[in-house]
Ligand binder design. Structure first.
Ligand SMILES: NC(=O)c1ccc[n+]([C@@H]2O[C@H](COP(=O)([O-])OP(=O)(O)OC[C@H]3O[C@@H](n4cnc5c(N)ncnc54)[C@H](OP(=O)(O)O)[C@@H]3O)[C@@H](O)[C@H]2O)c1
Length: 262
């Protein structure tokens, strides 16, 4: 799908990747409704992108998502492309996770994309065109220690993307699932960065990831996993999960020290 002149909802538009993706989509001629909970940052992003609409909103409830979808659709005169990018993470030993944070992560990372897709699908079906892009993670295919809750939400998002893609196979509505590996954005706090360094975790620049997201949309990709060897590990994990258990064991022991000493 060429993004030029397409009516696009981008969630998480004020975040580390979101603001770069918003600018890249704008440069390519997309019509943008930019959504984020951080209203101040969102308005700053939108102010730089002439003609884009900032839609400040909290996506952690079904009603919040319904209102956001309706407002974006009214502002743009319909929707061609929904990019579910907003997300939150947590780096923690699972026994230390806050139950409320667990629920919030499920809401923002998994349910919000589902609620937004549900809200716009009737209009996409009516026009028989459109695309839903769900930004997951390599952790949505490889369950990652101390990101257990986050991995769980992204596994769900991958499953949702696959099932919905199959459900829509006889229509002209496409679903793309995108799985970056770690990216240098504010999502990764100092402790995660230190853990990443200690475990030699590969981290991409957000500009590079954004280029690949645009290419995936342009090339009508069904799914895409970024980075070597991570993308290969995703395949190996399906066939030989015990090998991956072993390969990650030493790294997990190092990560535990950071997760417990936050
Ligand atoms: N960074 C990575 O290493 C990495 C790797 C793989 C995949 N990803 C995925 O890529 C996506 C973007 O990540 P990022 O690194 O750009 O993260 P980020 O810099 O933290 O940006 C995320 C944005 O989402 C917004 N958001 C959070 N909760 C929201 C809610 N309830 N309603 C509306 N907006 C909300 C945040 O607003 P606030 O600032 O107000 O919370 C923030 O502006 C996420 O889905 C993430 O899981 C990231």
């Amino acid at each position: 799908m060429e993004v030029k002149n397409k009516r696009v909802i981008l969630t998480g538009a004020a975040g580390g990747m979101g603001r770069i993706l918003a600018a890249a989509l704008h440069a390519k001629g997309a019509k943008l409704a930019l959504v984020d909970a951080n209203a101040d940052a969102l308005h700053q992003v939108a102010a730089q992108l002439e003609g884009s609409y900032p839609v400040a909103g909290d996506l952690s409830s079904a009603e919040g998502c319904r209102i956001v979808a309706e407002e974006c659709s009214e502002l743009l005169g319909g929707i061609d492309l929904l990019i579910n990018l907003a997300g939150i993470n947590s780096f923690s030993a699972y026994e230390d996770e806050n139950p409320d944070k667990l629920e919030l992560m499920m809401r923002v990372n998994l349910l919000a994309p589902m609620w937004l897709a549900r809200a716009i699908l009737p209009s996409l079906l009516e026009q028989n065109s459109g695309r839903i892009v769900n930004v997951g993670s390599i952790f949505g295919s490889i369950g990652f220690a101390y990101f257990t809750a986050y991995s769980t939400t992204k596994f769900g998002l991958r499953g949702f993307s696959e099932a919905l893609r199959r459900e829509l196979a006889d229509t002209n509505i496409k679903v793309t699932y995108i799985a970056p590996r770690a990216v240098k954005t504010p999502m990764n706090n100092d402790v995660i960065m230190q853990m990443g360094e200690a475990t030699n975790m590969n981290m991409d620049a957000p500009e590079d990831v954004v280029k690949k997201i645009i290419a995936a949309i342009n090339n009508d990709r069904k799914d895409i996993y970024f980075g070597f060897p991570e993308a290969l590990f995703v395949r190996i994990n399906v066939l030989f999960p015990r090998l991956v258990d072993k390969a990650l064991a030493a790294q997990n022991r190092i990560a535990r020290k950071f997760a417990k000493n936050k």
